[in-house]
Design a protein around this ligand. Structure first.
Ligand code: SF4
Ligand code: SF4
Length: 392
């Protein structure tokens, strides 16, 4: 990292400083900006209250609270919930779950800063201006990436809690569609926010800022397990499961399957609960433990098999402005990038495959090519080359 920093040009050092200030300011803002929440006295939520009285205090519709309490969404909202058979314990756990989704607005600032800092690194400072191909091992120092991952897990995860997060961003739009939220527009805006961040650079939000993605990436980074984890899950298999889950979620939430509109499948698989230190159900606890253990051996299992935002951002990455691109004139198909890539993405790019697996902009492939044929670029900078293009 020291050698890399010394080879940066003057303007790159300014960019480096800008990225640091950006991240520092965003982290600081998480302490300064206190989310404005209406304080509801703890003893307000009792089974003597009606759904109509309690739902607004939780920022959801009566339908959503009814669903949360395990009732039909068509149930009467004007009678005390005790008369609907709801016990105080059930009410308490439902309230706790709904309150855990209250937004920490400073997280939006943090997500933006992490994505912007990552883009600066990938496009402007990862390769020092004074570098040549022989020194490529120094490019894109992994310490930089690891620092982002740690900040994401700590601040966008454990300190600020699970909400908002990209997965919720997409799920809440579907929930709003079936009337589970009174303020549809704020859910759409959050979804647009996450979409914009994702499309600027290849899956950059997932790769560099999502706390769940970062946690899996950090576990995968642990040295000493490389031999065990060489196997890459075939993309066709993981993506088929991810698509299937999404279709089932869609049918369940509309009530086409199960006949209970508003049933949210991902609530039962939501490993983001780990950031609230509270698991809403046994299935979530099992999912989370499985994800954490599998992350040592498989690259980002939650992203690959479950996350609906992972599926969505995989579609978006086909249109990303900045991304990993292969110069096919310079590429000799030596396989160096494919070997270090934790997904099958680099291999698919080299082979010019029409359907390419997820690329998380993880940088692993960017400093291994002896011919500098694989680069992180925009269409504007597509053919930028180093002075010393081939290693002698
Ligand atoms: S795919 Fe992974 S990184 Fe992306 S939002 Fe889902 S959990 Fe986060
Ligand atoms: S190693 Fe693979 S996932 Fe990582 S940036 Fe390169 S192509 Fe993308």
């Amino acid at each position: 990292m020291k050698k890399w920093f010394e080879s940066l040009s003057g303007s790159q050092k300014i960019w480096f400083g800008t990225a640091l200030i950006l991240i520092f300011a965003a982290v600081l803002s998480t302490f300064i900006i206190v989310p404005s929440k209406t304080k509801v006295p703890e003893d307000f939520f009792t089974v003597q209250k009606t759904i109509r009285q309690m739902a607004p205090k939780l920022g959801v519709t009566g339908k959503a609270l009814a669903r949360e309490l395990g009732l039909k969404i068509t149930v009467s909202k004007s009678v005390p919930v005790s008369q609907l058979g709801v016990k105080q314990d059930k009410l308490n756990s439902s309230v706790e779950h709904l309150q855990s989704h209250r937004d920490a607005s400073s997280k939006y600032i943090l997500y933006s800063a992490l994505v912007l800092g990552a883009i600066i690194f990938l496009l402007r400072i990862g390769i020092p201006d004074k570098a040549d191909v022989k020194s490529r091992k120094l490019w894109y120092p992994s310490m930089f990436y690891i620092s982002f991952l740690v900040i994401s897990v700590l601040f966008a995860g454990f300190i600020l809690g699970k909400s908002p997060n990209p997965m919720e961003g997409i799920v809440k739009v579907f929930k709003a569609m079936v009337g589970l939220y009174p303020d549809v527009m704020s859910k759409i805006l959050a979804f647009v926010f996450f979409s914009v961040l994702s499309i600027t650079a290849n899956k950059i939000l997932c790769g560099w800022a999502c706390p769940m993605g970062s946690m899996q990436e950090l576990l995968f980074f642990i040295p000493g397990l490389k031999k065990i984890r060489r196997y890459k899950i075939p993309f066709i298999f993981s993506n088929s499961i991810r698509i299937l889950l999404f279709i089932i979620m869609f049918m369940l939430i509309l009530g086409v399957i199960g006949g209970k509109p508003g049933f949210v499948l991902y609530h039962h698989l939501n490993a983001f609960d780990i950031f609230g230190f509270h698991f809403d159900s046994l299935s979530i606890l099992i999912t989370t433990i499985a994800v954490l253990i599998l992350s040592f051996f498989i690259y980002r299992p939650f992203c690959a098999f479950i996350c609906p935002f992972g599926l969505y951002s995989w579609i978006l990455e086909q249109f990303s402005f900045a991304r990993v691109r292969v110069d096919h004139d310079a590429c000799t198909d030596c396989g160096a990038c494919s070997r270090v890539c934790p997904t099958q993405s680099a291999a698919a790019k080299v082979a010019k495959k029409a359907i390419q697996p997820d690329c998380f902009s993880c940088t692993r492939c960017l400093n291994v090519c002896p011919h500098n044929a694989i680069r992180y670029t925009t269409p504007l900078k597509k053919n930028s080359k180093l002075p010393n293009k081939s290693e002698s």
